[in-house]
Design a protein around this ligand. Structure first.
Ligand code: GUN
Ligand code: FE
Length: 461
């Protein structure tokens, strides 16, 4: 690929490379990158790397390549509820709209039809790696894993574990039943045939205790045992999203010192645990998350929409905690990480407004608005770190997988500048910012996972 490439480096920096040559080998891994190559030097640079008779895909003016977006937290089974129930806060929302919808996924035909459209829509939104919650249904969640597998997306898929504080029509009959379905689900996903040359299989199971409220101590204990016997198994759950949820949780586990301590004491807080929300953690919990190296999925669209609160992401970043973005559909009303990016920006500005006038230290993130570089980082490399996939995805470097988007500011008819701008009037970094705040899936023309085209407006379906 030859043209404009955007590559995140760290929370404060990204590279904007207007004439980059990026070589993807037959396995879908990046072979080499030449960051600054003039038009006249393309063939010569290829030859110097031993690339003879290799096709060069030249990006058009107004197009750029960036790493694929990573959604560290979403519920595939809640997509049919998008944009409804937002008059409720978390616990009522679960009861009134979410559990009723999820219960419908016992119907395999409904599951097949829903998941096919959900996964397609998420891929076309530019999400190349996705952490999915399914439902409590073993068969229905197998359908989700198979649908994702067939699509070529990179993903973690989890069957929800919940054996209490759930309605009679949507609950697992016992801790034993929940664990045995979890084990069956894990084996099933691990037996799916390999469909790429990726270092780890594209689709992997993830242990998914829904949250402490819906899990008995006996279930959490068994899940912790399962996790201990399988150190590479990722874990995902919710934490400290809403004040009433926090109060209910601590009342259910009086022997634990905090919400985070519930997960820690059952062996569920570790370096490959993904904690969604973390809006209301206290200092002791922040310390526990930092020490265990668990990652946080920041879901700002959902946190605004369900009136949950504003997560202090700057504090977590200062503490060195891994943070990625999550859409948390349908707590969040959009399946696109672009919405999470915008709301992460607004959330950070809300925090900054509350601290206007406070002395700010130069190197810190706390109480400041997030920069475009930070937003890019959270949506890509930060998400990769949260998934423990930072060695293979999240940015472009030699040996990493080519999980990427071609972003285009042309309109559907191929006219330049769909935002009414002269293409030359903005820098590459400026176009990235414009895509983040004004773009949508019409601007994502190609979506690649492990070098393979799997979606976007130019994908034939
Ligand atoms: N906590 C427990 N379950 C859920 C869920 O489905 N969505 C959100 N946002 N929070 C939860
Ligand atoms: Fe969620």
């Amino acid at each position: 690929y030859y043209g404009s490439v955007v590559n995140p480096v760290n929370l404060g920096t990204f590279k904007a490379l207007p004439s980059c040559l990026l070589a993807v080998g037959p396995t879908g891994n990046i072979d080499w990158i030449a960051e600054h190559v003039g038009d006249s030097m393309v063939q010569e640079t290829m030859a110097a790397h031993g690339y003879v008779d290799v096709e060069v895909v030249c990006l058009r003016e107004g197009e750029f390549i960036m790493p694929g977006l990573i959604d560290t937290h979403t519920h595939a089974s809640q997509v049919p509820n998008l944009g409804s129930g937002q008059q409720y806060e978390l616990l009522d929302w679960l009861d009134k709209v979410t559990f009723p919808m999820e219960s419908r996924f016992s119907d395999l035909d409904f599951a097949m039809r829903s998941y096919a459209s959900v996964v397609r829509r998420i891929i076309d939104s530019g999400t190349t790696t996705c952490c999915y919650f399914g439902t409590i249904h073993l068969e229905g969640t197998k359908v989700l894993a198979e649908t994702v597998h067939a699509s070529g997306q990179r993903a973690f898929v989890g069957k929800c574990d919940m054996d209490r504080n759930s309605p009679s029509y949507y609950i697992e009959p016992s801790a034993e039943a929940s664990i045995s379905a979890a084990k069956a689900f894990i084996s099933h996903v691990r037996q799916l045939p390999s469909n790429s040359d990726s270092a780890e299989p594209l689709v992997q199971p993830i242990l998914t205790p829904r949250f402490a409220i819906t899990c008995t101590a006996s279930l959490l204990k068994s899940l912790g045992g399962l996790a201990a016997s399988d150190p590479n198994l990722r874990i995902q759950t919710h934490i400290s999203e809403n004040p009433n949820e926090v109060a209910f949780t601590t009342s259910l586990f009086p022997e634990c010192s905090s919400y985070a301590d519930v997960y820690a004491s059952f062996g569920l807080l570790r370096a490959n645990t993904i904690l969604a929300h973390a809006v209301h953690l206290n200092d002791e919990e922040i310390e526990l998350v930092a020490q265990t190296k668990a990652g946080i999925s920041h879901c700002p669209t959902s946190n605004f929409n369900l009136n949950s609160g504003v997560a202090p992401i700057g504090i977590y970043l200062d503490r060195g905690i891994k943070v990625g973005l999550g859409t948390d559909v349908s707590g969040g009303y959009s399946p696109s990480i672009l919405s999470a990016i915008r709301n992460a920006s607004i959330a950070s500005k809300v925090v900054a407004m509350q601290h206007r006038g406070d002395p700010l230290k130069p190197a810190e993130f706390a109480n400041k608005q997030l920069s475009v570089a930070s937003l890019l980082y959270l949506a890509t490399l930060g998400g990769a770190e949260v998934c423990n996939l930072e060695k293979s995805v999240g940015s472009f470097s030699v040996g990493k997988s080519f999980d990427a988007l071609v972003v285009s500011v042309r309109d559907d008819a191929g006219n330049p500048a769909m935002w009414g701008l002269d293409l030359t009037s903005r820098s590459l970094g400026g176009r990235l910012e414009q895509f983040f705040f004004c773009g949508d899936d019409r601007n994502i023309s190609r979506v690649f996972v492990q070098g393979k085209l799997i979606g976007g407006t130019a994908y034939a379906r």
